[in-house]
Structure formats: structure tokens, C-alpha cells
Write a protein that binds this ligand. Structure first.
Ligand code: GCW
Length: 715
């Protein structure tokens, strides 16, 4: 049988020894059941898909691959639109302007990346038109159509029209030039710098396919803790090769720029943004980059944060620094993503306040091709944080979101934690900056402040692991990020279900079992790691496992005791007016939700309040008892997850079944360790017994405090 998948690069790498080990992600086109595929075939008798660009070519190739895999079938390729049973794909310019095509075109949103999919009533089986304003819109339309087939949706009456709500939807790779990945738990960097530009690993194409299939249109190749070498010709040539491979998939390449590059590479005496020689250096460097990568996206910059150089080294501020690079990029159409993850080297009264304190006064000072990249919460990607107070607070600047897909603080690649719910919780949070319904999503999609440029970033969780992300379920976090980047208002549950169907097939009982497990999984992790608003309790430096005892490090705000403040009199960080007053960085409506411990939601209680151990919770129990119950409940929930998964044995591929089974067993151990270590540690201060009915911790506190873990990944 002439299977077109043989033509496709990615098939080669996947037919080896682990055929089902997750390499194909959600693009594994396994055969659909017979009656359905028969029905689909009648809708796709012929295919009209003119190819005028590389993007058209890869879109058509993907569609044929999917049809071959899902339906075991290839449509007749033709130039003539024959009505019933025809699948017609293209742009208004590439397709003949028949009435049917016009009808579909009428539904198309006015957006470069938009697509519409319309069933046009025919005799018995209608014609289907997939139309985009550009070839990139067509590509997204094709992936959307494939997704419908994979999920066994009815394709006879389609009337879809989609445009992304956010323009720049990028992954941030914290990948170093030696191929280690900062906070990466899925092997080494995908970028084989040593063999680039000569060797074009087929995996680069599959990476691009996966991203395009979920609407990601940009990638920052290197770590924000940047090595200036990235900007030298040898590495630019390598980056250009990646850009060439990604381009047909609508993906632009960006680079992290080291602020001191004019000194490191150019031999200048300083990197002062107001020094004309520095300005000149950047302008020439940027022009050089565009010679390698004509559609280069721009720079991502971490400056004056955790020891990275920046404008403050020269008495300048973040706007001076960002605008320096923005001016160099402007003539070429490039942008600067300038991170707001900053904090001073001196001991702060409250680190949660620092980004706001430094950036709020700069509102309105950034050039129009600068966008300030803000982490979802004010500390650092914790299992739960309130939304960052900068969202909504800088109406005269452009702001973007930074999420973390790699699970630095959520169990690395051993814990099953679906992050769609975490992302969505932040996006749906109401900043009240312009009254009710001023959600973070509306700041990010630009509708709140009418900001012309919109963007969102996710710190990538990919690596050389066969299944890309280490944990098979961590693929869902990549997937969910892409979907929420396209539409920040999308529903995390719908996304999880789509991912499950595309990954594991359409067995209803499997979905019914796994969907609630995924949806609950983040709360489970919060329970056994940092319940009730606790945060930053992880192990020193590598961030693996519990470390509530971490104290006496070079910076107070790198310790755990700084955040939980547990003592005989209670626990929690007082961020009300009687404490650090971080709450004053939010508008009164938000403040009102949190400032009274009696009404503050339990999820944020100890984030905002320092409370006595016998504080009376809404449930009627003491704070101490509630804390214990959360920890124990979290650990028990992992046992429930094990049971749910065990029941799927006959429904999932055996290699993945075993892998997830083993990982859940590790997760259960880790959850117990978190529980026992934290409960015992805090008990020293509460002096209260572990509530009746809860088993005793396995070991004494010293055992956990003395445990050492060597060569933990990600550092
Ligand atoms: O979460 C912290 C990480 C650092 C990271 C930093 C950042 C890239 O522990 O490894 O550095 O955030 O976001 O800059």
C-alpha cells in the first residue's frame, strides 16, 4: 500500500523501537472506527488545494498524512470544484471565486491568521470549504479540520470562524548553548547546536508541526539567562537554519539578548543605553541578524534580575534599556519583550512588590515595539499565586503574560499536573482596573487598554525525551498553553478533553475517567505542596521536593522561612496594611476580596495573612487542622489518581500505560514526602497534634531535613 506517510520526515524517527511512546504527540493519526471513517470519506471524495507557497505545501502534506492515518484513504486530487463531496482549501486569491467560496469567505474574520470552515449544502453530502486570508490562516484551518476528525465530530454542518485573540504566541526556551536546559526536565535541548547548521534534525520539523497545530507562532531559542555568543555569526547561522525550517509553519524565531553584549562581544567599555557607541553597536548587530533571518521576531531580555546585566548598572531604568533595543529593531519590524521579573539584590521588605514598584512608574515610557513580559503571579510560578498586580496597572504600556509550562515548582516531569486550570485561573482573574470584568485575559488580548501589540509567552517544557516533555501528560500543558494563547478565554476543561481525545482516542469511558483526574490534578499538587496560600517552600536551589526549613541563604527572599514566617504565634505572610501592604498594589475591589482574613478565600489565606494556629477557619476547624487536612488530602488524591489510571490498562498503549503507572507511584511517594516534611516542620511551631484519623508521618523531621538529592535535573 502506498502510504504517503513514508514521504514525511517525522515518520522515519517514529517507526523505531518505541512506536507508541508519545513521540507523535496529539498528531498521532490512528485509524478511526469504520462507520465514521466511511462517513468522513463521503465528505472528502475530492480535494481542491492549490499550492502557492511552502506553507500551503506543508498544510496539504499534513492533511494527506492525517487522512491516510485516520481514514486509511486519500482523496482524489483535482483542480475542479465538483460540489458534493469536495473539500476545497485555500485563500480568496488562490481559489476560483465561485459562489460557494464567496459564502465561506464572507464568514472569514479580518485577520491575517484567521480561517473559516463552512459546509456548503450540496445534494446528499455537502462541499466543505476551508478558507484563510493568508496561507497561515489556511494552515490553522487545516489543523482545526484534522482536530475535528480526530475527535469524531460531525463534519456535515460546519460553520466555524476563528481568529487568534493574541498576536504573538511564543514559547520561551530556557535552553543553553551547551544543550542543558535551565529548569528543563525532559532531557537536553532540542537544538543540536554543534551539528547545526549542517544537520537538520527531522525533529525540528515535528516541533514546528506541533506548535503550528495549536497556533504557536514564535519561539525564543535560548535561555533568558543569555550567553552573548548567541549573537555571534556562528550561532546566528545556526539560528537561521532553524528559522528556515520553522517559517513554513508560521513560526518566527526570536533570541534572548544579553544586555552586556556590546561589552562582551563588541569590546565597548560599557553597555550604557544612552551611550551613542552602544546604540550604534546594537543597530549594526540587529541589521546583521536580519541578514541571517529576514523575518527575525526580536529580542527577549532579562535585565537587572538575578545577577543579569542591565540598564541599572549604568544608573538608567528599564525603559531606557528596552527602548535602546527597540530603536535598533524598529526599522526591521522587530519587537522587544522586556521581562518584569526583577528584584533588587538588597533584602526587600516584600519581594512580591518589587516588579510593580520598579515598572509602574515607567508606565507610558516604553516605545511602541516594546512589550513588558509579566509572570502570571508576583513571586515566581508557584503552584498558586494571585494574579500579578501589574496586570491592569500600566494602561499606557503594552503588557504580555509569561506562564511556565516546565513544572519547576509543580513536580518536574514526574508529577501529573494539568496546568490548563492554573493558566485559566489567572486569565479569568478580575483586575477590576476598569470596573468589573476587567479580566487578565482582556489585558493580554489588548481589549482593555487598546494596546496595539499583544503577546503571550510560555516557558517551554520540551526536550530530547522521546515523548518531548518527559511526562506523557505534560504534553497536555504544551497543548493547553497553545490553545489558551490563541484564545485566553477558552475553557480549560474543553481543552483537556480535546487533548485526551486526540492523544488517547474517543473511548467515552476513558474520557469520563481521565478528564476529572486532569482537571483536579493541579489542586491536588497545591494540597500536598503549598495549600492555603503558602508558597516558596521548595528545596534549596534545585527546587526539588519540600524545603520549608530553608533559611540563612545569601538572600533572604531565596529562603522558605522568609515566605511562610511560621513561628509560635502563627503562619503566613501579612501583606495587608499592617504588614508589607502588597495588597495596596491592587485596586480596592480586589483588595476587598483579600484583606479580611474572615472572608479571604482559603486558597489565598496565608499569601495575604499571618494568622494564629488556632485561627477559626470558615469550615469551623482550626487553621492547623485545616493545614494538616489539605496536606493529607493531597497525598490521598494521588492514590485516587493511581486507581483511576490503573483502570485504563486495556484502553491505552501499554508503554504509556506503564510509564504513567510508574510515574504516579513516584508522585505518590513525593506527595507523601511533601506532606510529612511540611506537617512535621510546621508542627514544631503549632505545638498541636496531627488530627485524629490521619496516619503518622513515616519518618521524623530530621530525616527529611537531611535528605540530599544529587544531580537534580534543571540546574
Ligand atoms: O523561576 C526562576 C528560576 C530561574 C529562572 C528565573 C527567571 C531563567 O528558578 O531558573 O531563570 O526564574 O524566570 O528568570
Amino acid at each position: 500500500m502506498k502510504r504517503i506517510c513514508l514521504l514525511l520526515t517525522f515518520a522515519l524517527g517514529m517507526t523505531a523501537s518505541y512506536p507508541q511512546s508519545g513521540y507523535r504527540l496529539w498528531l498521532d493519526y490512528k485509524p478511526l472506527n469504520e462507520p465514521l471513517s466511511d462517513q468522513y470519506r463521503t465528505h472528502i471524495r475530492t480535494l481542491v488545494f492549490p499550492v502557492n507557497s511552502e506553507t500551503d505545501r506543508v498544510a496539504k502534506q499534513e492533511l494527506l498524512l492525517a487522512l491516510d492515518g485516520l481514514l486509511g484513504y486519500q482523496p482524489e486530487l483535482t483542480d475542479r470544484i465538483e460540489g458534493s463531496g469536495a473539500l476545497v482549501i485555500g485563500t480568496p486569491a488562490s481559489l476560483p471565486l465561485l459562489d460557494d467560496v464567496r459564502e465561506a469567505q464572507g464568514a472569514l474574520p479580518k485577520h491575517d491568521e484567521a480561517y473559516a470552515i463552512r459546509s456548503i449544502a450540496g445534494d446528499n453530502t455537502p462541499m466543505t470549504v476551508i478558507i484563510g486570508n493568508t496561507d497561515r490562516g489556511v494552515l490553522y484551518g487545516v489543523y482545526a479540520f484534522i482536530s475535528l476528525l480526530q475527535r469524531s465530530q460531525d463534519i456535515s454542518m460546519l460553520a466555524l470562524a476563528e481568529a487568534p485573540k493574541v498576536q504573538l504566541r511564543v514559547l520561551n526556551h530556557w535552553d543553553n548553548l551547551d544543550r542543558t536546559v535551565e529548569r528543563g526536565y525532559a532531557g537536553f535541548s532540542l537544538w543540536d547546536w554543534h551539528r547545526l547548521p549542517g544537520y537538520r534534525d527531522p525533529r525540528y520539523t515535528d516541533y514546528a508541526r506541533a506548535n503550528a497545530s495549536i497556533g504557536i507562532n514564535g519561539t525564543v531559542l535560548n535561555n533568558v539567562n543569555a550567553n552573548a555568543l548567541m549573537l555571534t555569526p556562528a550561532y546566528l547561522e545556526k539560528a537561521a537554519t532553524l528559522a528556515d525550517i520553522f517559517r513554513p509553519y508560521g513560526i518566527k524565531v526570536y533570541l534572548s539578548a544579553r544586555f552586556s553584549a556590546p561589552v562582551d562581544l563588541g569590546g565597548l567599555e560599557d553597555a550604557d543605553p544612552l551611550n551613542p557607541a552602544v546604540q550604534q553597536w546594537w543597530s549594526e548587530k540587529v541589521a546583521e541578524i536580519y541578514r541571517y533571518i529576514p523575518d527575525f521576531g526580536g529580542f527577549l531580555v532579562k535585565a537587572n534580575s538575578e545577577g543579569q546585566p542591565g540598564p541599572q548598572n549604568y544608573g538608567r531604568n528599564h525603559a531606557d534599556g528596552a527602548n535602546l533595543l527597540a530603536e535598533a529593531l524598529k526599522p526591521h519590524g522587530g519587537v522587544v519583550m522586556w521581562r518584569a521579573f526583577v528584584y533588587e539584590d538588597t533584602e526587600p521588605e516584600d519581594r512580591a512588590k518589587q516588579a510593580y514598584n520598579e515598572f509602574k512608574p515607567l508606565d507610558g515610557k516604553f516605545h511602541d515595539n516594546v512589550i513588558v513580559q509579566v509572570k502570571n503571579g508576583p513571586i515566581d510560578f508557584q503552584p498558586r499565586e494571585p494574579f500579578h498586580p501589574l496586570f491592569g496597572a500600566m494602561p499606557h504600556s503594552q503588557l504580555m503574560m509569561e506562564f511556565q509550562l516546565t513544572q519547576e515548582y509543580l513536580g518536574f516531569a514526574t508529577n501529573l499536573v494539568y496546568l490548563g486550570t492554573l493558566f485559566s485561573e489567572t486569565l479569568r482573574a478580575d483586575t477590576y482596573c476598569y470596573g468589573a470584568n476587567s479580566t487578565v485575559a482582556r489585558v493580554i488580548d489588548g481589549s482593555m487598554n487598546k494596546q496595539p501589540m499583544t503577546a503571550i509567552a510560555g516557558v517551554a517544557n520540551t526536550g530530547t525525551a522521546t515523548n518531548w516533555t518527559g511526562h506523557p501528560f505534560a504534553q497536555s500543558n504544551w497543548y493547553a498553553y497553545g490553545r489558551l494563547a490563541w484564545n485566553p478565554d477558552a475553557d480549560a476543561g474543553t481543552i483537556a478533553e480535546d487533548w485526551l481525545r486526540r492523544t488517547f482516542g474517543n473511548d467515552g469511558s476513558l474520557i469520563d475517567a481521565l478528564l476529572p483526574m486532569m482537571m483536579r490534578s493541579r489542586e491536588t499538587a497545591v494540597n500536598y505542596m503549598t495549600p492555603l496560600g503558602l508558597h516558596h517552600l521548595m528545596g534549596w536551589d534545585h527546587h526539588y521536593g519540600p524545603g520549608p526549613w530553608i533559611t540563612d541563604k545569601m538572600r533572604a527572599d531565596w529562603t522558605s522561612v522568609y515566605y511562610h514566617k511560621a513561628s509560635k504565634d502563627g503562619i503566613g505572610f501579612d501583606r495587608t496594611v499592617s504588614g508589607s501592604d502588597a495588597l495596596s498594589q491592587y485596586v480596592p475591589e480586589v483588595r476587598a476580596q483579600f484583606e479580611d482574613p474572615q472572608t479571604c478565600p482559603d486558597e489565598y489565606l496565608l499569601w495575604f495573612h499571618h494568622l494564629p494556629w488556632d485561627f477559626n477557619m470558615k469550615s469551623g476547624s482550626t487553621l492547623w487542622a485545616a493545614l494538616c487536612h489539605h496536606y493529607y488530602h493531597g497525598a490521598e488524591e494521588v492514590a485516587d489518581m493511581q486507581a483511576v489510571w490503573a483502570a485504563q490498562q486495556d484502553k491505552v498503549d501499554h508503554i504509556i500505560f506503564q510509564e504513567v503507572t510508574d510515574l504516579l507511584a513516584i508522585q505518590r511517594e513525593e506527595a507523601r514526602r511533601w506532606r510529612d516534611a511540611c506537617v512535621l516542620y510546621f508542627q514544631q511551631f503549632s505545638d498541636m497534634p496531627i488530627p485524629d484519623g490521619l496516619e503518622s508521618p513515616e519518618h521524623p523531621l530530621e530525616y527529611y531535613e537531611q535528605q540530599q538529592f544529587h544531580f537534580v535535573p534543571g540546574i
